[in-house]
Design a protein around this ligand. Structure first.
Ligand SMILES: Cc1cc2nc3c(=O)[nH]c(=O)nc-3n(C[C@H](O)[C@H](O)[C@H](O)COP(=O)(O)OP(=O)(O)OC[C@H]3O[C@@H](n4cnc5c(N)ncnc54)[C@H](O)[C@@H]3O)c2cc1C
Length: 396
């Protein structure tokens, strides 16, 4: 396994659970034992948890894997014909089968090396950002996707002055559309977070090597002591350049998560055609990392089962948990099918090409689990089409 996080660890554990007894090497660039990323932008950033609580397995559990765990080592190249992975130190490791689970790396801006500019992907990033937030800085978050909005919520929960900048008109617009985006914007404004939506960032401003602000496209300058870049991430495939594997948006696999004979990919780095939805996808979701790693290992051992999950994602912001099952294509139909946004508790169904393709729950875990069945069954959209599209509660 290359990558020793959610997907790489799950792949290793699945191999053992399925009775495979041979030699197993897990290579991970980070020095820490495998840990969980979702708490980094939530409990660890607010300080509700110490960093050690993100650890995924105890030392005895890791020992039971009987793996040659190469932490702090990174793969620099893959030679497919000779079936070898080269490491940073020059060593090369042979394999009969390989699982690529190298995840993604955060995008940055020019001048990202100014002191006070942070990204949040790793435990070390979270520890550094947490330390910076404790000095009670003025915080500007660039990007209002899930990561950006979670960081803003965590910083506001700590009582800090927080501004979020987003080129789209509303937060999280790309996955969930304008109406849910408007509700997320309202949630943040209600908690005192400032939002600058519909404005691009022009550049970071600095003095003496330290960030002092963010210049926006409309001529505004937002003063800042800490800037968090939450601009999305790119698949960590640099080490695979020249390997001959198809690298598009991530490692391009077939429906069985296989990129080449005996070479599989799983988690954030992998793209594959999901037959359930008839579309190629790459997901940056915690649950998918586990499910895909198990599927890849199953196929490596001969299952020959296409990987066709219903994607699941959640985000926690202030006192709100948003959960989403399924897919959210651009311009879907959407109906509130339970509760009401004004009560802070509702579920919405999304339709596309005559089928229910996604459900979203806003503090509605039970309802969204029930509705998930309709996505699994690809229920006809006529079930919901009769509900008025613009419930007055949603229009703000
Ligand atoms: C702050 C944060 C909050 C999140 N919150 C949520 C959430 O609320 N809900 C949700 O569903 N998902 C969330 N996610 C996404 C979720 O954590 C990821 O989907 C999941 O971690 C993917 O696991 P992975 O193993 O595929 O990749 P990663 O966790 O990225 O692990 C890849 C590992 O491979 C290592 N690596 C990379 N290149 C090399 C190399 N060449 N050699 C060796 N090692 C290498 C990396 O250092 C890394 O440790 C969050 C992510 C972050 C960063």
């Amino acid at each position: 396994m290359v990558g020793a996080s959610a997907a790489g660890l799950t792949a290793a554990e699945s191999l053992r659970r399925r009775g495979w007894d041979g030699h197993l090497t897990v290579i991970g660039e980070e020095p820490h034992p495998p840990y969980d990323r979702p708490p980094l932008s939530k409990q660890i950033l607010t300080g509700a948890w110490g960093p050690e609580r993100a650890t995924l397995r105890s030392p005895p559990d890791l020992a039971r894997l009987r793996a040659d765990l190469r932490l702090g080592q990174y793969a620099t190249a893959l030679d497919v014909p000779s079936r070898r992975v080269r490491l940073g130190g020059g060593e090369s490791i042979g394999f009969d089968a390989l699982v690529i689970a190298t995840g993604v790396a955060p995008r940055r801006l020019p001048d990202s090396d100014l002191a006070g500019v942070h990204v949040l992907r790793t435990l070390d990033d979270a520890i550094a950002l947490r330390a910076a937030l404790r000095a009670r800085p003025r915080v500007v978050v660039v990007g209002a996707g899930f990561l950006g909005t979670e960081v803003a919520a965590a910083a506001r929960t700590m009582g800090l002055e927080v501004t979020v900048v987003e080129p789209e008109q509303v937060p999280v617009r790309r996955p969930f559309g304008d109406r849910i985006g408007a509700l997320v914007a309202e949630l943040h404004r209600d908690h005192g977070t400032r939002l600058h939506c519909g404005v691009p960032v022009r550049r970071l401003r600095g003095a003496g090597g330290r960030v002092t602000g963010v210049d926006l496209g409309d001529g505004t300058t937002l003063p800042a002591d800490v800037v968090v870049l939450a601009l999305g991430a790119a698949p960590a495939t640099g080490w695979l350049a020249g390997s001959g594997l198809r690298l598009g948006d991530g490692v391009e696999c077939d429906a069985y998560c296989q990129a080449a004979p005996g070479i599989y990919a799983a988690g954030d780095v992998a793209s594959w055609p999901n037959a359930r939805f008839g579309t190629r996808m790459r997901l940056e979701h915690r649950m998918n990392a586990i499910e895909q790693a198990m599927a890849a290992v199953g196929n490596l051992l001969g299952d020959a089962t296409p990987f066709a999950p219903v994607p699941y994602f959640w985000t926690d912001q202030y006192d709100t948990r948003i959960q989403a099952f399924g897919i959210f294509p651009p311009d879907p139909e959407m109906r509130i099918v339970y509760g009401s946004p004004s009560d802070g508790r509702f579920a919405a169904a999304y339709g596309h090409r005559g089928r229910v393709v996604g459900v979203l729950g806003w503090n509605a875990p039970r309802q969204v689990r029930t509705l998930r069945r309709m996505v699994v069954d690809r229920a006809p959209w006529t079930t919901f089409a009769a509900i008025p599209a613009l419930s007055p509660a949603i229009v703000n």
